[in-house]
Design a binder for this molecule. Structure first.
Ligand code: GDP
Length: 418
């Protein structure tokens, strides 16, 4: 069967602006809920004499899923005619950063929710700021609870103006700004008859118009070596292909050791040996030469190898209880590689209120900083803007994750031996 296209979206918004309600509506209005679920929760609310809330429905739905399956429960799905959607859950600031940086997935599009009555809050600004730093470019602003402002075109226009100006200051141009009443379904899947003045797309139409990120398989090959097995004199290098594809006969270079060899065979765990494999697949490869390769190296094609350097620039999302310490040794985890690094310098620190970049200072919990990192070991590096898998890392201290980071390679010289 043809695989359906999947898009990962994140929904952000101040608490109570209607996130759960919107998610419930998206599921219901696209027919993605199991049969009878909606009716059952509605009946339960009536029996208990409380108003129906879409949030109850989503809680019930989520808890059933949590019990039934073991896959990442932070992710839920709904379907439109066009494709499937995964919602990356982002309940709070920390979860948001963690899921975006360390999680398996990064959002391809974002919905930013604003309560029409309460308008733009500091959190609405913070979320936009984080999205801009994380490089999410496809954004729809959802002005919710339009019923509470009598579906006023003027109120909508005022919010649109103020938020568009703010987003522009972050370099974000929202693709859409949509007035909705999520609770009642206005402009979600159906055009609202109560906002005849609005002539833009419904939320579903807006979502379906977004472009999925280039599939990971289309990016340059990156195979982080996870294990090396030795049997019958052969060495098998095993790992999960982070991006790109490989086939028997390809010449690979391993970074940072800079050793090269050709692929002799590709073993997959489930199927007989194959001629090729691509991003997402776990493979074992054998080479035409005996190379001594260790866990943590990254295999790529010779002509599109990662840059090698002892130093690099990074944007750090600091999550540690203790502030960042310049000169202190942290453990850098980058795919299957784990090495020591020190922060040489804080190049800039974002002001948490106004989100401007200021000269360095103390980087404390929830701060975002631009820093320079150095490792005694040579590192294989990709910029986060080039590769979402190998361009992101975490820093650990004493086993605890203290930061998520994205790699920037601007101005970094390649130290790869010729
Ligand atoms: P969350 O905290 O962002 O997940 O917000 P919820 O989805 O729980 O919604 C917060 C409250 O706003 C709930 O009582 C919802 O019923 C209410 N709400 C959500 N959407 C609408 C809407 O379109 N109109 C009105 N009047 N209330 C809404």
């Amino acid at each position: 069967p043809l695989a359906r296209e999947l898009m990962r979206i994140v929904i952000v918004g101040h608490v109570d602006h209607g996130k759960s309600t919107l998610v419930g509506r998206l599921f219901h209005d696209t027919g993605s809920l199991p049969d009878g679920k909606f009716e059952a929760i509605k009946a339960m609310c009536e029996r208990r004499g409380m108003p129906f809330e879409w949030a109850f429905l989503m809680d019930a739905f989520q808890s059933e899923r949590d019990q039934g399956i073991t896959i990442d429960t932070a992710q839920i799905w709904f379907k439109t005619k066009k494709r499937d959607y995964t919602i990356i859950d982002a309940p709070g600031h920390r979860e948001f950063i963690k899921n975006m940086i360390t999680g398996a997935s990064s959002a391809e599009a974002a919905l930013m929710l604003i309560d029409a009555g309460h308008g733009i809050q500091q959190q609405s600004r913070l979320h936009a700021f984080l999205l801009s730093l994380l490089g999410v470019r496809q954004i729809a602003v959802i002005v919710n609870k339009m019923d509470l402002v009598d579906f006023s075109a003027d109120r909508f226009a005022a919010i649109r103006r103020e938020y568009t100006d703010y987003l522009a200051s972050l370099g974000i141009t929202p693709s859409y700004i949509i007035p909705v009443a999520a609770r009642d379904g206005d402009n979600i899947a159906e055009k609202s008859t109560r906002m005849a003045w609005y002539d833009g797309p419904t939320l579903i139409e807006a979502l379906d118009s977004f472009h999925p990120a280039a599939p990971l398989a289309e990016l340059p090959l990156r195979l982080p070596v996870q294990d090396v097995y030795k049997f019958d004199d052969r060495r098998i290098l095993a790992g999960r292909i982070a991006s790109g594809r490989l086939k028997v006969g390809d010449r690979l270079v391993f970074s940072p050791s800079n050793k090269t060899a050709r692929i002799s065979s590709i073993e997959t765990w489930s199927a007989p040996p194959r001629g090729e494999a691509e991003a997402g697949e776990s493979v074992g490869i054998t080479l035409d030469e005996q190379l001594f390769i260790e866990r943590g190296e990254i295999a790529s094609h010779v002509e599109r190898a990662p840059l090698e350097s002892h130093v690099f620039a990074a944007r750090l999302f600091w999550l540690g209880r203790a502030p960042l310490e310049i000169g202190h040794t942290y453990r850098l985890r980058l795919q299957t590689r784990e090495v020591n690094v020190t922060v040489e310098r804080v190049d800039g620190l974002y002001d948490p209120e106004r989100f401007t970049l200021n000269p360095g200072g103390t980087v404390a919990r929830n701060d975002i900083a631009e820093v320079s990192l150095r490792s005694p070991a040579l590192l294989a590096l990709d910029a986060a803007t080039d590769n979402p898998k190998t361009g992101r890392f975490v820093l650990a201290d004493g086993g605890n994750i203290v930061a998520g980071g994205t790699i920037s390679l601007q101005g970094i010289a390649d130290e790869r031996a010729a």
